[in-house]
Structures are given as C-alpha cells and as structure tokens.
Design a protein around this ligand. Structure first.
Ligand code: FMN
Length: 176
C-alpha cells in the first residue's frame, strides 16, 4: 500500500482500527445484471434533507467495477446475528453473487439486492462519485428506507475483529 512518506501504512491502518464501527453490507447491480456485495464500515449519514448517506469504496476491490457502473446502491446496517454474512461479504475470491448465495434477497427499484434481517437499510440513486486517493466516495440520495427489529443488537468491528452489542433490555429502562 502506498502512503505519504510521513506516515507508514501499518501505523495508519492500526490507528484507523482503533475506531469502533458498525458493519454494513453494500449491494448494487449493473446493467448486465452483475451483482456487487461487500462489507463496508466507511458508512456515514450525510444529510437529513435531502436524506443522503455515503460509503467509501476502494478502487482496487473486486466490487468496484460493478459499483462504478451501477445507478443505485443499497446499504444495510447489519444486525448482531449477521456476523457470518459479514465475513462472507469480506471474503476475497468470491463474486457478489457467491457472497449472497442462499440469502433470500429481493430486488429494489433498480434491481439492487435488498437483504433480509438487517437492522436498517438505505437505498437510492448514486448522485455523486468523488475520487479521493485510492477510494471513491459514493453519495446516495436515499429514496427507500427499511427499519428492522427495533430491539436488535448491533454487529461491530474494532481492531480487526467482529463483535456484538447485545440487544438492549428495555425492561431495565435503557434505550430511551
Ligand atoms: C469490517 C470491514 C469493513 C470494510 N469496509 C470497507 C470499506 O469501507 N470500503 C471498502 O472498499 N472495503 C471495505 N472492506 C473490504 C471489502 O469488504 C473487501 O472488498 C472485501 O474484503 C473483499 O475484497 P476483494 O475486493 O478482494 O473481493 C471492509 C472489510 C471489512 C471486514
């Protein structure tokens, strides 16, 4: 990995890994029907009005060619039970179709796979692709939102490992 001469790649990666995140599944389809599906933690909500989210996608990922041609994109916030899916979505050497094998997804408005069981899903047209270093920032104008089980636990990623924040016990008065 290339970096500036002032910051080493390993040092930079280690510092980034200290930031605990959720885990999302990004899916899309191109005009030929080829599917992209990958694990992504560079998700951020951008704007409330209009509703926008962003993800950063590496130009060297196997998913990038499909994502560069796709008109729409779906981002799924993975739930605590979706760790196995997250690992498959991050496995090199598998196509998007193979990563979603056995997942009973349905096609969104533009054919983008909408996955069941997520804590939340955001889908819509890609309105901006902003090149930055070895990634592209994809900004999505959200025209479709799904909310999953409000009490579901969260899948998290920290220092290179997946873990889970358990569902909140509302009987204890938490999560207000
Ligand atoms: C927790 C986690 C978060 C990730 N976040 C991103 C991301 O934000 N952007 C990205 O391009 N790749 C991200 N990746 C890597 C992709 O999932 C990657 O494409 C996948 O590991 C397979 O790589 P391939 O391109 O060799 O097929 C992440 C991987 C993991 C495990």
């Amino acid at each position: 990995m290339k970096t500036t001469n002032r910051v080493g790649a390993a040092e930079f990666r280690q510092a980034c890994s200290q930031f605990a995140t959720g885990v999302t599944a990004v899916t899309a389809v191109d005009a030929s029907g080829a599917v992209a599906a990958l694990a992504v933690n560079s998700f951020t909500s951008v704007s409330l009005d209009p509703a926008q989210v962003l993800v950063c996608i590496g130009v060297g990922t196997s998913s990038y060619p499909v994502l560069s041609r796709a008109e729409r994109l779906a981002v799924h916030v993975l739930a605590a039970e979706q760790g196995e899916l997250a690992r498959r979505l991050a496995t090199s050497g598998l196509s998007g179709e193979e990563r979603l094998a056995g997942v009973p997804w349905v096609a969104g408005e533009g054919g983008e796979p909408l996955l069941p069981g997520a804590a939340a899903c955001f889908a819509g047209p890609i309105t901006q692709r902003v090149p930055s270093g070895d990634h592209l920032i994809f900004i999505v104008e959200v025209d479709h939102v799904e909310n999953g089980d409000a009490g579901s636990g969260a899948l998290t990623y920290h220092r290179g490992s997946f873990s889970v924040i358990p569902a909140q016990d509302r009987a204890k008065g938490e999560g207000r």
